[in-house]
Design a protein around this ligand. Structure first.
Ligand code: OOG
Ligand code: MG
Length: 269
């Protein structure tokens, strides 16, 4: 009797906490779907629980028919850390529902308060799991491209703690990929110019991304493994913003040029 009641108390407690993680995932998923901001989480979460909320929120998208396409890294540059006031590497999950075709138009109304940032993306031809070296990471890369990330925090005023942003899929909202290029192109220090409406609004270098964007891929393999994930062949890995992000507005015309890798862009309507 004592044993069974304490056993049910224990399972009751874990069920309650998993229900509440599920309800946080639902809250954040709904906020993204309805483009309506929510307050920062008042529930205290560990980092592992925040990633669990993220996983659950993405599972809701997968249950609606979206397909997992990769992983995004965040806070891989000083500029991004300074802009958002956080200094730990974070990551989020990408799905095909977030892909914006190169040159396409997005609807401002489908976002809460979208921003754009210049990145580099890798396409993997082989899985990467756990601790890998830079040469191993490079060996798994099929192609590299200039990429734009559309981030959109689901929290009011784009303000969050580390666990808030992780639970919110690290603000992942959209990604735009330029033409794929040679995986052996030296991407260590490429000039990057982000233009909005024909005006250069951010100028930077791929070296701002952990001194070399490939380091971000190495970190992605390690961090994903901590959550039991392998980076899969065919996945896209977004290396993280090289500069601070810029706010988007209806009518914005966005263009990114990356030295040697080429251009990509989109518009907002
Ligand atoms: C969090 C996502 C950070 C990056 O590239 O550093 C990120 C945010 O800034 O809202 O995507
Ligand atoms: Mg980013």
């Amino acid at each position: 009797m004592t044993v069974s009641s304490s056993a049910s108390a224990v399972s009751g407690a874990s069920a309650t906490s998993s229900v509440s993680l599920a309800s946080l995932a639902e809250r954040l998923d709904d906020a993204a779907r309805n483009a309506r901001a929510v307050p920062q989480l008042s529930e205290p979460l560990t980092l592992a629980e925040a990633y669990d909320v993220q996983r659950r929120s993405i599972e809701r998208r997968l249950a609606r028919g979206e397909r997992r396409t990769g992983l995004k890294m965040g806070f891989t540059s000083k500029a991004k850390m300074v802009q958002m006031g956080l200094d730990e590497l974070i990551w989020g999950r990408l799905t095909d529902g977030m892909l914006v075709d190169d040159g396409a138009a997005i609807d401002f109304a489908r976002y809460v308060h979208p921003r754009v940032e210049p990145e580099v993306a890798f396409l993997l031809k082989r899985p990467l799991a756990g601790r890998v070296t830079m040469p191993e990471a490079l060996g798994a890369v099929e192609a590299v491209c200039a990429a734009l990330e559309i981030i959109d925090s689901r929290y009011e005023n784009f303000k969050f703690s580390l666990t808030d942003v992780v639970a919110d899929n690290s603000s992942a909202s959209g990604y735009v990929l330029g033409p794929w290029g040679d995986p052996h192109a030296d991407v260590a220090n490429l000039g990057m110019v982000l233009e909005i409406d024909g005006r250069a609004v951010q100028i930077g270098s791929s070296a701002a991304i952990l001194d070399h964007p490939l380091r971000s891929l190495v970190a992605a393999a390690r961090l994903a493994a901590e959550a039991g994930e392998t980076l899969e062949a065919g996945w896209i890995v977004m290396a993280g913003g090289a500069t601070a992000a810029e706010a988007l507005a209806p009518g914005s015309r966005v263009r990114l040029s990356v030295e040697r890798l080429g251009d990509t862009g989109f518009t907002v309507r």
